[in-house]
Design a protein around this ligand. Structure first.
Ligand SMILES: Cc1ncc(C[n+]2csc(CCOP(=O)(O)OP(=O)(O)O)c2C)c(N)n1
Length: 375
């Protein structure tokens, strides 16, 4: 590949900035860039951009320097996560977005969001930089540095004009091999006896108190964990429903410590894509504990479809997660935790224990957690 192509310059800038993980989802205009990034930087392919925000937040919290490389339409899938995670906790993420809808755009579906993106980002309080041509490529370096030094997201909208006129290697189509699916699954789900509080207490009592990480889901699970045992290696989610397992994945990719994620049925059903990334990147130090009370417990126990339709363990298996277990009792849960199963489906009653509020700001939760990881 020509050494002076815009794509090469982008990869050089990423390397100069010590970027160690790139979370990507394709756009036709950056297919050559994506190929080059995959050859040079550890790449996590995404199935939905919002998950990249969770994974990259976990990577950053664990001491890494992530970047996202996506199509600008994906920003429409990320706004809540950017605001409720990155802006709330002060977590940086440079997002290189192939800016569609404006320059020589023939796809009508790109126009509406694409043209409005600068206003949408400005109104959301998200910093952004526009790069219109290769002459402005140094702005990418400045934006990456700005994101990390000020601990907030920075979107870099890169016009397709940047890549125009250079002779580039076109990616070869993949060779698709034959494959088989061997999945036999039959489980009985008993009437629940445990509560979420009892399950979380058992998790805290079973794991390594001084060495293991717990990432707890938003709402009552975080408050219950705080009430049972507050520790510096607890990361409490205050928002970003559906992203807790993605954050756990990011942490486990960059960290050696074991990461236990307390997720919920409502949250997993909001974002089952998280399981697909975990299936694709099986980290030996990640355990997802799906506490299934068949309801949106934190908002008043409205029923979810795990009661009637979906088995979360099967969903995990179908997503490529191999070592899964179900737990109805404290003994079963303890055993599954000691086995460090990748996914534990815990059947509980919809009971919320009244707990005090977590007295820390998001920034305090983040700083305390990151300091504990550095120690
Ligand atoms: C995008 C979004 N939609 C809705 C909510 C409101 N909300 C907060 S917690 C929650 C329920 C979470 O349910 P689940 O994951 O099953 O966990 P549980 O509270 O039952 O432990 C909901 C709907 C939200 N925070 N974000």
């Amino acid at each position: 590949m020509n050494a002076d192509t815009p794509e090469r310059k982008v990869v050089d800038i990423l390397k100069q900035n010590n970027i160690d993980i790139a979370a990507t989802l394709p756009c036709d205009r950056i297919k050559v860039l994506l190929l080059l990034i995959a050859r040079n930087i550890r790449t996590i392919p995404l199935t939905r951009e919002e998950n990249g925000i969770g994974i990259c937040a976990g990577v950053y919290l664990g001491g890494g320097r992530p970047v996202m490389v996506i199509q600008s339409t994906g920003i429409g899938n990320m706004i809540n996560a950017l605001c409720s995670l990155n802006l709330t906790y002060d977590i940086p993420i440079p997002v290189i977005a192939s800016w569609r809808g404006v320059y020589k755009e023939s796809i009508e579906a790109q126009w509406q969001l694409g043209r409005r993106l600068p206003e949408i980002l400005a109104a959301s309080g998200i910093k952004f930089t526009i790069i219109e041509s290769i002459k402005e490529i140094d702005k990418l370096d400045e934006a990456i540095k700005e994101s990390f030094s000020n601990s907030h997201p920075h979107v870099i909208l890169v016009s397709p004009a940047v890549w125009e006129g250079y002779a580039c290697e076109i990616p070869e189509p993949l060779e698709i091999c034959s494959r088989s699916v061997d999945l036999e699954f039959s489980r009985s789900i008993k009437k629940p006896v445990l509560t979420r509080y009892e399950a979380i207490k058992s998790i805290v009592e079973t794991i390594d108190d001084t060495g293991d990480i717990i990432v707890a889901n938003l709402g009552i699970p975080s408050k219950e964990l705080f009430e049972i045992r507050d520790r510096k290696l607890n990361f409490y989610m205050l928002g970003s429903m559906g992203l807790v397992s993605s954050i756990g994945l990011g942490l486990s990719i960059i960290q050696k410590k074991h990461v236990y994620v307390i997720d919920g049925d409502g949250s997993l059903l909001m974002n089952p894509n998280a399981l697909i990334s975990i299936g694709e990147y099986p980290a030996p130090n990640l355990t997802i504990i799906a506490i299934d009370n068949a309801s949106y417990g934190s908002t008043g126990n409205q029923q979810t479809c795990t009661q009637s339709l979906i088995d979360l363990e099967l969903l995990a298996k179908a997503s490529g997660i191999k070592h899964t277990l179900k737990a109805h009792s404290l003994d079963e849960l303890r055993e599954a935790l000691l086995l460090k199963a990748q996914f534990i489906h815990v059947i509980v009653k919809p009971v919320n224990v009244k707990c005090k509020e977590i007295p820390f700001s998001a920034n305090e939760i983040k700083k305390r957690f990151m300091r504990a990881l550095e120690a």
